[in-house]
Write a protein that binds this ligand. Structure first.
Ligand code: SAH
Ligand code: SF4
Length: 403
């Protein structure tokens, strides 16, 4: 690829993002996101999927079928703590009510189209949703301990087109709904039979969530937030906000909301330290340049020394991996509770970047480390099954609008 070297003289949005500006931007993002809304979580026979409903919605549904709202608490426990998908297995519920629930509702899961396990034990799932669209989810087991991360998709495709990312070559088909986002995690738990949900002090095999699959989670914030609230609910899956990390390519106006409302960990796909280069490889930078992104990181409410912001930096040979780049990176994150994750570029069919050499990776990592930041080099996992970072893509295409 060619890299621009001339100075960037385009006007930029005021670098001190005012609240009003952010509010207007958030509204614009919300309107656009609604255009790609997921279909209603309902079967053709009219039965509704209870997965993905908030507790309040569940209580309302109970009253709609003439039941007391407290039933919602009971059902919640069966769905999210026990992992039950069959009303007849919900033994604390009387038989007639079980039958009535089954008449109106289902407890759904995405269909597993394929499940592949890598030589390094990474497992990739291709899930199909009710309208036939598909997304990928990856489970990455820790290499030493019995725990691991579930990498979840937030959209089918992506509106952004980072030049090194396979998902970016797939147009945005649609946003995933809360049922589909929570459903990926639950179906992965089904695969490892990790039900009922282990209590807070017990080890878990599926112990963390990273929103690092297909799509930009902050362009589907409402659905992602609803799903994360369900996953964090203490009477169900009960995964702590400290064990959830959302990765964004830098949707600045939504970062504040994510920190305030969800308090989950943040990862930033930085990948370049100058606006000239970042404009090209992470095109969202043209809208939210590095200065604004860094300012939003500095004010991220859920970051602290024990919960550092992760800066993801993909190492592309001869593009962004010089020692000068490393020094500039250090300058950008100075005084921030930050760590750096150096990601060797994972190739995919048709990509024209090359991974940095080992020597260059080591030099880069040393500069960052000597400045006091942890800078592990991420070992690619699941490359043999195209499950590594940036390799996810499905066959789903946006349907042409017909008259
Ligand atoms: N859209 C969000 C969430 C997806 S995370 C984001 O971009 O942050 C996917 C992560 O994998 C990002 O850090 C992305 O930059 C990285 N990635 C994309 N393509 C890659 C590739 N070919 N090799 C290694 N990492 C890649
Ligand atoms: Fe989208 Fe993230 Fe891939 Fe960029 S890196 S194209 S934002 S999924």
């Amino acid at each position: 690829m060619t890299v621009l070297t001339h100075p960037d003289t385009r006007p930029r949005i005021n670098s001190v993002a005012s609240d009003d500006l952010n509010e207007a931007e958030r509204e614009r993002i919300r309107v656009k996101s609604a255009l790609f809304a997921p279909p209603e979580a309902r079967l053709e026979d009219g039965r509704r999927d209870l997965v993905g409903m908030s507790r309040e919605e569940l209580a309302t549904l109970m009253t709609e079928i003439g039941e007391k709202p407290f039933r919602a608490k009971q059902i919640w426990h069966w769905i999210y703590h026990q992992g039950a998908t069959d009303f007849s297995k919900m033994s604390t519920i009387a038989k007639p009510l079980q039958a009535k629930l089954a008449e109106h509702f289902i407890v759904g899961r995405p269909t597993t189209t394929t499940e592949q396990t890598s030589v390094d034990s990474t497992r990739k799932f291709l899930f199909r949703f009710r309208d036939g669209q598909e997304a990928e989810t990856v489970y990455i087991p820790d290499r030493k301990e019995d725990r691991g991360a579930v990498c979840i998709s937030s959209q089918v495709g992506c509106t952004l087109s980072c030049t090194f990312c396979h998902t970016g070559t797939q147009k945005l088909v649609r946003n995933l709904g809360p049922a589909e986002i929570v459903g990926q995690f639950m179906a992965a738990r089904d695969s490892y039979k990790e039900w009922p949900s282990p209590s807070a002090d017990m080890p878990r095999f599926l112990s963390t969530i990273v929103l690092m699959g297909m799509g930009e989670p902050l362009y589907n914030y409402d659905n992602v937030a609803k799903a994360m609230r369900i996953i964090m609910d203490g009477e169900g899956i009960a995964l702590s906000r400290r064990r959830i990390t959302l990765s964004t390519s830098g949707v600045v106006p939504m970062m504040d909301r994510c920190g305030d409302e969800l308090g989950i960990n943040l990862a930033i796909s930085l990948h370049a330290v100058t606006n000239e280069l970042r404009d090209q490889i992470v095109p969202l930078n043209r809208k939210y340049p590095i200065e604004e992104l860094m300012a939003a990181c500095r004010r991220y409410p859920a970051a602290s020394n024990s919960r550092r912001i992760t800066f993801e930096y993909i190492m592309l040979r001869g593009v962004n991996d010089s020692e000068a780049d490393a020094r500039e990176l250090v300058r950008l994150i100075k005084d921030m509770p930050a760590k750096v994750n150096l990601i060797p570029f994972n190739p995919w069919p048709g990509s024209d970047f090359k991974p940095s050499t080992r020597e260059q990776l080591a030099k880069f990592a040393k500069i960052v480390m000597d400045a006091g930041f942890a800078s592990p080099i991420r070992t690619p996992r699941g490359q043999d099954i195209l499950a590594a970072c940036g390799q996810l893509k499905t066959e789903s295409e946006r349907q042409r609008k017909t008259a």
